[in-house]
Ligand binder design. Structure first.
Ligand code: ARG
Ligand code: GLU
Length: 696
């Protein structure tokens, strides 16, 4: 048995280099079965869903699975007081009931080509960065134009390995995607933000869509005459489940990782930046919680805001914990010592000798600006009144010469934003957030590193009281009246609004103080990083490197397994419906159990979806390297059959975006048998299961 590092998000077209290892770990299919351009392969069933998640096709009629949290916006779009699909779930009982989702698209990768040589053809070592980038852009432009002449697909080129390699992608984009079904949030979001990032987990995080095409199978915008898309391949579904130690792989669209940073960068992220963001967001979340507990309406109004702030808050806390607990910075330092030694070992490695020293210096220069940026986004812009007022900045450009049609357009869109804003706005929360955040800002950021308006504040409470009593943006009526009567001669009055002034002050601080300093440092870091990556690959020519995630299709693999997050603490790799009943609490929003689900549980009515142990498995963990964007990705078994849908990671291992540790980094998936059980037994939508290919 070879030691398996677990790490790596592999490029599907190069999977032949991993095939041997994957097969030694138990895989029974070939690299060609996963990615091929000569015949249909698993890749033909995988899509980038809605620009931020992954989805997979599971029938010959374009049926698609993704996460509930990925379909959330579209489910919400179709929800109203009369049809509250978020709360009650939704099931199309035939195709005529499927709901079009304007704005939603799915993208299939048709082909990928290595174009490194063509893109870097005219690049030389002595070029300035500007010249280098311009040369690359020109080559890419030409190449794309050439390929475009030969294909109906969308052509793009993306850098890999921090600009050392380039790949061309041929994509096909479908824009008629319809909502087919979703469970109630009590199932699809069971455990809510409380359980988010945490194992053991019991979330039925799935939703069902269908891709439509024109009658020839080509992409087409929504039309009643469109038909279900027939894919070159759909995924087969296994009802066998997975045992501890079984090989598993995830096929999807990871968004961003940074595995090749120097120690100083990891240290800065984990020990300077993340803790500031965590602290600020934690204070805001405390305020939200207090008010949310007191009032049901406020709880709903702030649910999504809470989820948004809370997701990053919890993750970054995990990153800091993980990096420090597992001595991530120290390990990087050891690695750097050997890199330095290697760099000094031969004369032709001169370009690597000063790299690490330069990194130290550049990151030190960067730090105060990164901190300033973190305060600006987390403390400043989380004051809702100020952010909302910021939307109105565009009106400040209006003059007597501005065409009335343009003004009407702006006003209409601002009226919309106003309606959206006040639907979920609770001023007492915002006032308290403002007082707390501005105090934090003043206490922790030196004069030169904060927006000008802050430097005029003598007393925070007094300032906030005045801000909220003088600004028109606290009143929906006033804002609407202002918009209704808006003319060029109102711009002056608008510019005096204290909330908009605060926003303008933050933006000019960013534009004039932060960005001009941070930009060039980041450019230089990017250059160093590219050379460092090249050096790391040169130092270990035998090692297989995997490029950082960049929202392109990747294969990652490992085993179904639990983990030991702490000495003496041992996590089993799966959870069951029993656990949902254990967590049940009718008084806690996140833990309300659907009566029908409880019925099925009490009758043990699991049908063929039960595990061989007789229980209903809900979720499971595996040592597969994933990140944001992998939500909704299929997790597949040794035969390439669907085992579940990836939807999260374990908190203890969220550092895996910076450093992957196979001992504690685990992804979390919902068991496909639970998904089918909910569709069939809970929702009575067996016709959907009948479309799929089930392997018993
Ligand atoms: N942590 C997961 C991710 O990063 C899930 C987020 C959605 N779920 C939630 N309970 N907020 O996207
Ligand atoms: N929930 C994440 C997503 O939406 C996946 C979890 C992760 O970051 O690994 O993409």
């Amino acid at each position: 048995m070879i030691a398996f590092a677990g790490e790596g998000m592999w490029i599907p077209m190069l999977l032949q280099y991993n095939e041997k290892e994957m097969q030694e770990m138990g895989m029974r299919i070939s690299a060609e079965d996963i990615y091929s351009i000569n015949h249909s392969s698993l890749k033909d069933a995988i899509v980038l869903f809605g620009g931020g998640c992954t989805g997979e096709i599971v029938s010959d009629y374009g049926l698609l699975l993704t996460n509930h949290h990925c379909g959330y916006d579209y489910i919400q779009q179709h929800s109203s007081v009369e049809h509250d699909y978020l709360t009650d779930g939704f099931w199309a009982m035939d195709r005529s009931q499927e709901l079009p989702c304007p704005g939603l698209s799915v993208i299939f990768l048709r082909e990928m080509r290595d174009v490194t040589e063509q893109v870097l053809k005219h690049v030389t070592d002595d070029m300035t960065e500007e010249k280098r980038q311009a040369t690359i852009n020109e080559s890419m432009k030409q190449l794309i134009a050439e390929v475009e002449k030969t294909t109906k697909y969308k052509v793009s080129i993306k850098p890999f390995f921090l600009g050392n390699e380039y790949y061309l992608l041929l994509n096909e984009i479908f824009t008629d995607v319809r909502l087919v079904g979703c469970p109630p949030s009590n199932i699809g979001k069971f455990g809510g933000d409380t359980d988010n990032w945490v194992w053991p987990r019991h979330t039925g995080d799935f939703s069902v869509f269908r891709v439509y095409a024109d009658k020839d199978g080509h992409p087409s915008d929504y039309s009643a005459s469109n038909v279900p898309y027939k894919p070159a391949k759909h995924l087969d579904i296994s009802l066998k489940g997975a045992d501890e130690g079984d090989f598993a792989f995830v096929f999807g669209y990871p968004a961003r990782t940074n595995e090749y940073l120097p120690a100083i960068a990891v240290d800065q992220e984990a020990n300077v930046i993340d803790p500031i963001a965590v602290d600020l967001r934690g204070k805001i979340l405390d305020i939200y919680n207090t008010y949310q507990e007191q009032d049901k309406k406020v709880r709903i109004q702030y649910a999504s805001k809470h989820a948004g702030l809370g997701n990053g808050w919890k993750k970054w806390m995990g990153v800091t914990e993980g990096i420090n607990h597992f001595h991530g910075v120290q390990k990087k330092r050891f690695y750097e010592e050997s890199f330095q030694e290697w760099a000094l070992g031969a004369r032709n490695r001169y370009m690597y000798i000063d790299l690490l020293k330069n990194f130290e210096q550049k990151y030190k220069e960067l730090e105060p600006y990164r901190v300033a940026y973190t305060y600006l986004t987390n403390a400043g812009l989380n004051i809702e009144l100020i952010s909302f007022a910021g939307n109105f900045s565009r009106l400040l450009q209006v003059t007597k010469e501005t065409p009335q049609a343009d003004i009407d357009k702006m006003v209409a869109s601002l009226k919309n934003a106003t309606k959206e804003f006040f639907k979920d706005y609770y001023q007492p929360i915002d006032e308290e957030v403002a007082k707390t955040m501005l105090t934090e800002y003043l206490n922790h950021q030196p004069v030169d590193f904060r927006p000008g308006f802050l430097n005029e504040i003598k007393n925070v409470d007094a300032y906030v009281n005045e801000l909220f009593s003088k600004s028109m943006f606290t009143s929906e009526t006033k804002v609407n009246a202002f918009l209704d009567a808006f003319k060029a001669n109102k711009v002056k009055k608008l510019a005096k609004d204290p909330a908009l002034k605060a926003y303008q002050s933050m933006m000019s601080f960013y534009r004039e103080e932060v960005n001009p300093k941070m930009g060039p440092i980041n450019k230089e870091i990017e250059r160093l990083q590219r050379i460092y990556m090249k050096g790391q690959m040169a130092m270990e020519p035998e090692k297989r490197f995997s490029p950082d995630a960049n929202f392109t299709l990747r294969v990652t693999y490992g085993k179904v397994e639990g983990f030991r997050p702490q000495d003496g603490k041992n996590f089993r790799h799966f959870t069951t419906l029993e656990g949902i009943m254990e967590k049940e609490n009718p008084d806690i929003y996140d833990y309300v159990v659907e009566p029908k689900l409880k019925q099925l549980y009490l009758k043990k009515d699991y049908g063929r979806y039960a595990d061989k142990d007789g229980s209903m498995h809900v979720a499971f963990t595996a040592s597969v390297h994933t990140t944001g964007g992998n939500s909704g990705s299929p997790i597949l078994n040794a035969d390439g059959q669907l085992l579940g849908l990836n939807f999260d990671r374990c908190w203890e291992g969220t550092m895996s975006d910076l450093i992957y540790d196979p001992d504690i980094c685990r992804n979390i998936s919902v068991d496909i048998r639970y998904v089918l059980f909910i569709i069939d037994k809970f929702a009575g939508a067996k016709h959907l299961v009948d479309e799929m290919t089930i392997v018993e």
